[in-house]
Design a protein around this ligand. Sequence first.
Ligand code: NAD
Ligand code: WQD
Length: 339
Amino acid sequence: MTRKILVTGGAGYIGSHTCVELLNSGYEVVVVDNLYNASEKSLQIVQEITGKNLTFYKADIRDASKMDEIFKKEKNIFGVIHFAGLKAVGESCQIPLTYYDNNVAGTVTLCEVMAKNNCKNIIFSSSATVYGDPHKVPIKEDFPLSATNPYGRTKLMLEEILKDVYTSDNNWNVVLLRYFNPIGAHESGDLGEDPNGIPNNLVPYILQVAVGKLEKVNVFGSDYDTHDGTGVRDYIHVVDLAKGHVSALKKLEPQSGVSVYNLGTGNGYSVLDIVKNMNKAVGRELPFVLAPRRPGDIATCYADSSLAFRELGWRAEFDIERMCVDSWRWQSKHPDGFK
Ligand code: NAD
Ligand code: WQD
């Protein structure tokens, strides 16, 4: 029997790419998204790319009665891949209650509805941000956890909440996936990240410089203890990340308990490394200036993802060159995103 997966936040950046991989792997896909940070167009593209249909509900995960209705209508949802959430670190410092309501209360409501409908399988989007400022790299799953901003705290709280849910009822199977820095886009160039307003993250910012919407890249900090003084991160192709979710579904079997995996490549690239690779993809030198450090940033962050390889058989395949080429294909084909 084909398994039906509910994808919350499925119209968003990582969610839409995951829908492609789920459909390509033969799963039935039901998406719930309130379209707060996404366009329904992404789901149209997902269906065009795969040649398969999915079911979409425009709904908010905090709306218990609507969510219950969806579970009842769809009947046999095997598990939930839960992307829905707000993700801007800076914004979370300004409107923390909105973040706690949307991310934490939203997930609590979702889990209540799931339990009521006897669906106790969940894969949750966590983040490398839960490691705070790591004492060493590469980062392993058992490193100490901490949060430095409300967004990070929602992820940390939700990891704890989901562990408590499992402890209270061992019929739950929980997979916590800690993503490093997702970039890149589907190879078609028709599905990618479409941020609202001025992007906070490095690669979307560089891409807007490349299409002439922004003037130059500000390199936040050039005096870090790294090979060239700029911040080092573990950038991972969004398609690799999406495939990680399909691999993680095998942990949603009875008695699996709570599993935690880093999804990264294990390679660290600096801001200047990214600018250089993007120059190559775009075919010209993009303007940048060295600027002061951004408050709250850390010097270096990259994953040890060997556990995901050992237990899920998953590893990232795409290199940084490919990540930049695919990012640029998307941005150059669609300078205004899905608009
Ligand atoms: P995104 O904003 O593109 O996708 C999130 C989706 O959730 C959006 O489509 C949005 O409309 C929807 N949504 C938000 N609140 C909702 C609600 N209450 N009800 C229904 N839908 C709602 O973000 P993304 O980059 O695809 O991230 C997906 C998940 O992965 C998030 O939970 C994010 O915190 C986490 N994550 C992202 C990154 C990253 O750098 N992109 C890194 C680590 C973790
Ligand atoms: C990467 C590097 C910046 C913008 C964030 C969240 C994290 C996770 C992923 C969700 C850093 C530098 C950036 C710019 C720059 N999201 N930079 N100029 O901060 O590693 O992680 O997104 O969970 O929680 O914190 O990603 O892309 O913002 O920054 O120099 O205009 O690029 O200082 O070294 P970050 P990022």
